[in-house]
Design a protein around this ligand. Sequence first.
Ligand code: HEC
Ligand code: HEC
Length: 142
Amino acid sequence: MKKISIVALLCMFSTMAWAGSDAEHSLRGDVPLDAPSVASHAKEWSVDNGKINRNYPQQPPLVPHDIADFTINQDGNSCLSCHNWNSEMPGATKVGISHFLTRENQALGNVSPRRYFCTQCHVPQKDAKPLVANMFRSLAEE
Ligand code: HEC
Ligand code: HEC
């Protein structure tokens, strides 16, 4: 009994600490899946200011443009209007074949569900301090 109440107390405190802290929020914020917005206009990204290069070949490239007006929800994904394999948007890199593969490596006709929520992996670029200490050195720095 005592054990249970200690656990309950700990849970309560950690929830309170979470609610009160300046913890980083997801790009999507509290926006539900059927709502239009993916990113807050309040954030200031390094927009259209040249690309920050990748540090290693498998890195998801950072997004070099504002994404606040692009929607990703259960009805559609507006990123794909420019980045899908058949898009005609000049200059927009097409998503690679990796984005069409299922977990079992089966190639689908459209972007795989596991690559649907682009901002899970691709974040708008910003010249920000790392949130946690990081000793990583890019290939170019070696
Ligand atoms: C209106 C067309 C358009 C839409 C919609 C769009 N993009 Fe882009 N995107 C571009 C263009 C054009 C570039 C190339 C710009 C540059 O290189 O400066 C680009 C570049 C990128 C890159 C960098 C690719 C590379 O090779 O380094 C990523 C990643 C990206 N976009 C992701 C996204 C995501 C995620 C969304 C949706 C939230 C999105 N884009 C919506 C046009 C678009
Ligand atoms: C699970 C993580 C993940 C998700 C989700 C994801 N990507 Fe990527 N993306 C990557 C990685 C890793 C790379 C670099 C290696 C590669 O091309 O597979 C990449 C590469 C890219 C590139 C550059 C391709 C090239 O040939 O240079 C574009 C453009 C891109 N993604 C756009 C998107 C868009 C648009 C979405 C949403 C429809 C998306 N990605 C969803 C991980 C992801």
